[in-house]
Design a protein around this ligand. Structure first.
Ligand code: SF4
Length: 374
């Protein structure tokens, strides 16, 4: 085990029933036959690459795409394959992403035959008109029922995703979304500002002037409300977009921010050896399933400056902050010099040699990080 923590495994499931208008994650809308071909290819990849990660792994994250779109038999097969090649710590965190409309009693019964102990659900908003606008396939009622069903089936470790800054979304609508999550009392919330990505339908509508992007001030008002509301509810703000009740942080995502090693399997998945080597499978299901050997991929070796930049970007976004003891003397001096203005303006603090964003700094975190980078 490295001091950064044990390794994690990420499996990318590249299927969605249809595409949401804002999404640029890699996924396709292929049929059941492709699901089987995908799992065949995943088995090939696991066979060839499982030794890249030192066992036992501490976290497993099945993400996508929409993993809850896998048929029960395909999902069980996927877990059997992972079980054949990897060992896990006894208290490993095993997360699966799900869309609310897939969370049926039958699906949850299948999950009970797997090691899954955490479910992350993409709710995005409880407003039905906004859900329709985003082309989500569920209603607010589906989301509420899904949470109830999970709990009935014994899955209490739930995380919900919300998005803010949706086209035309009002402050009141956002307030209602946050209140609903807090009322549900789920132990983990991820709340993301909507990003307008090129190549998405949302990006196209905005470019064509059909829809307007939410203005900066409203984004800040949404975020400000969120921070106050979650703090009052006793949730820790442990990363820019992530909040949890004590003890319920995402161990898998936290390991990314702590430079722990992880093995990414499936098309588009990224891997990191915990040191200098990054590797990413190319997106593209066809190439992934038709390839008889190691899937098509890219890789890079990080330079000293790139390693330093990664530390700034990952550590500063967490409430644990960036410990200057991780930096060389030269980088430490550079970092403090770059941080001086932000320290003076109260956007950063430095205590016991740890740099942290203040609440004021969180609002301009991207600018601060880029100032500190090489
Ligand atoms: S947001 Fe999720 S469900 Fe929607 S297209 Fe992207 S991966 Fe699929």
């Amino acid at each position: 085990m490295t001091e950064k923590g044990r390794g994690g495994i990420y499996v990318h499931v590249p299927f969605c029933k249809s595409r949401c208008i804002y999404c640029d994650f890699y996924s396709t809308v292929h049929s059941a036959e492709w699901q089987e071909r995908y799992v065949d290819a995943l088995q090939r990849e696991v066979t060839l690459r499982h030794t890249e990660l030192v066992s036992p792994a501490d976290t497993l994250y099945i993400g996508g795409g929409t993993p809850s779109q896998l048929s029960p038999s395909t999902l069980l097969r996927l877990f059997r394959i992972l079980d054949m090649y990897f060992t896990f710590t006894p208290d490993a965190e095993v997360t699966i992403e799900a869309n609310p409309e897939d969370v049926t009693e039958e699906w949850l019964a299948v999950l009970r035959d797997t090691p899954v102990n955490r479910i992350s659900m993409g709710v995005q908003t409880f407003d039905d008109s906004l859900l329709a606008l985003l082309r989500r396939r569920h209603s607010s009622r589906d989301a509420l029922q899904a949470v109830e069903r999970c709990r009935k089936a014994g899955f209490d470790n739930l995380s919900l995703d919300l998005m803010y800054g949706l086209p035309g979304q009002t402050y009141e609508q956002w307030k209602t979304d946050v209140e609903e999550v807090l009322h549900l009392g789920v132990p983990h919330l991820s709340a993301y500002a909507l990003q307008v990505e090129d190549g998405t339908l949302l990006g196209k509508y905005i470019k064509e002037g059909k829809w307007k992007e939410t203005d900066e001030e409203l984004y800040l008002a949404f975020y400000e409300y969120l921070l106050d509301a979650v703090a009052q509810a006793g949730m820790n703000h442990y990363e820019i977009s992530n909040f949890c009740l004590p003890g319920f942080h995402s161990r898998h995502n936290s390991s990314y921010w702590a430079q722990a090693p992880y093995l990414g399997l499936g098309p588009g998945a990224h891997s990191y050896d915990g040191d200098r080597h990054r590797r990413w499978n190319k997106p593209g299901l066809r190439a992934y399933v038709e390839n008889a050997g190691v899937p098509p991929h890219g890789e890079e070796t990080l330079s000293d400056n790139e390693l330093y930049d990664e530390l700034v970007m990952t550590r500063l976004r967490t409430s644990e902050g960036l410990s200057l003891s991780l930096l060389s003397e030269e980088n430490k001096a550079y970092c403090l010099a770059q941080a001086a203005t932000h320290l003076h303006r109260g956007k950063l603090t430095c205590k016991n040699d740890v740099l942290r964003l203040t609440r004021k700094g969180i609002f301009t975190s991207d600018d601060i990080m880029s100032d500190l980078m090489r």
